[in-house]
Design a protein around this ligand. Structure first.
Ligand code: 3PG
Length: 213
């Protein structure tokens, strides 16, 4: 998959809803009801971070949920990319971008939302042919004003900012011309996941799904 093809696929994923839930799932049994609640609430694109021992099994389970588009987050190595692809991930997300990681995603046909936080990061991805990226960690890097400022000289890159975003500040990003959607864990807080409050998560998803952009 070329960087151009990967960017088109990432743009399709980002167009599905204003928010991509960032999920840290500790129990495989939570996978199906969690994905069903988020999809029912209007958030079909789901990022399952590879930060728990069961993350790949969670991706396998969520990949079966009708209407969901499941991706793997926290991709760091080519082994992560291969394992995520084999588990059924439709896209990948990484906190940063290395040549090895980009090579692996292109070789395995896994569209990657690579992490950027500086103009140089963005320029490196643009040089390689990417036009969609993650901005991470968004709030710690200056938030929406910083992302807006990056967009002045580099308007051809579109972003999914992630990190420190919630219902309170999501609009600051979603109103920018270079923001396609935002990522965030606030729609699936660990307290609700661990207590199995799927109705509560669906309510949070519904609020997020109607954010204007
Ligand atoms: C992460 O990597 O955990 C994501 O950026 C989510 O960040 P958040 O918990 O601040 O939404």
């Amino acid at each position: 998959m070329t960087p151009q093809e990967a960017s088109l696929k990432c743009a399709e994923v980002c167009a599905l809803a204003p928010v991509v839930p960032v999920l840290v799932v500790k129990e495989v049994a939570h996978a199906a009801p969690l994905a069903q609640a988020l999809v029912a609430g209007g958030l079909p694109a789901l990022e399952v971070t590879l930060r728990t021992p069961v993350a790949l099994d969670v991706i396998r389970e969520m990949a079966q949920i009708e209407g969901g588009v499941v991706g793997a987050g926290t991709l760091l190595t080519s082994e992560d990319v291969e394992a995520a692809k084999a588990a059924g991930a439709k896209f990948g997300v990484s906190p940063g971008a290395t040549d090895r990681l980009l090579d692996a995603c292109e070789a395995n046909d896994l569209p990657l939302l690579a992490g950027t936080c500086t103009a140089s990061d963005v320029m490196k991805l643009l040089e390689r042919g990417y036009t969609v990226a993650k901005f991470f960690p968004a709030e710690a890097n200056g938030g929406a004003p910083a992302l807006k400022a990056i967009g002045a000289p580099l308007p051809q890159m579109k972003f999914c900012p992630t990190g420190g975003i919630s219902l309170k500040n999501a609009n600051d990003y979603l109103s920018l011309s270079n923001t396609m959607c935002v990522g965030g864990s606030w729609v699936a807080p660990s307290g609700l996941v661990e207590s199995g409050d799927w109705a509560g998560i669906e309510t949070l998803a519904r609020e997020a799904a109607v954010l204007p952009r």
